[in-house]
Design a protein around this ligand. Structure first.
Ligand SMILES: Cc1cc2nc3c(=O)[nH]c(=O)nc-3n(C[C@H](O)[C@H](O)[C@H](O)COP(=O)(O)O)c2cc1C
Length: 186
């Protein structure tokens, strides 16, 4: 069984990045035999804000270990990043910082696809560039990045898929790279 781990780097109950990552994960699962998708919700990983003092006093919180282990158990990871003030959402950054104290190679050499979307015209490019640029230092076997600008114009929420054909083709190419990397490792 091939497990695709998918999550939005957002804690919003109406996350557009969750819609995008769900679509991408379904595309990936459709092209891998005997695959399953595991979705994470960052609301299930609430914990105190990272501090060195807290780590020294109390060690690593259970949610951080659970997040790290979920990546470790997966065969591929797809993340769609919400952009908050040009960077990661606090919800993601906190779990990421804690997990990086378990092992800086948070992504544990897994094939990773990174996405981002926003209602605006930049499509979360700032956070996506930051995440992709840092990916090699955090153990990601990065297979591609796709930014979806003006989400509500380019995504059909009822159908759960991209309505813009150019973006759909770009996502399909990136998903194919990910699934190829998974099959090469199998
Ligand atoms: C605190 C905050 C900061 C934001 N900063 C940005 C930003 O820098 N760039 C951007 O494109 N959108 C920004 N937005 C709008 C988000 O792109 C929008 O809320 C989007 O829906 C977030 O993704 P999500 O729905 O997956 O949580 C911001 C939203 C919030 C709440």
């Amino acid at each position: 069984m091939t497990t695709i781990l998918a999550f939005a780097a957002s804690n919003s109950s109406t996350s557009i990045n969750r819609q995008l990552v769900t679509h991408a994960a379904e595309l990936a699962a459709a092209s891998i035999d005997d695959s399953t998708i595991e979705y994470l919700d960052l609301n299930d990983f609430e914990m105190p804000i990272y501090s060195q003092d807290r780590q020294e006093a109390d060690g690593i919180p259970e949610p951080a270990q659970r997040f790290y282990d979920a990546i470790g158990s997966a065969d591929a990871v797809i993340i769609s990043f919400a952009e908050h003030n040009g960077s990661y959402s606090v919800a993601f950054k906190n779990v990421y910082d804690w997990a990086s104290r378990i092992d800086m190679a948070v992504y544990q050499s897994k094939p990773v696809l990174m996405l981002a979307t926003s209602p605006g015209g930049r499509g979360g490019q700032g956070v996506l560039e930051a995440a992709a640029g840092a990916a090699p230092f955090f153990g990601a076997n990065l297979q591609g990045t796709v930014s979806v600008p003006t989400f509500f114009a380019n995504f059909d929420a009822d159908a759960g898929e991209l309505s813009n054909p150019d973006l759909a083709a770009e996502l399909a190419t990136a998903v194919a790279a990910l699934t190829t990397a998974v099959s090469l490792k199998a």
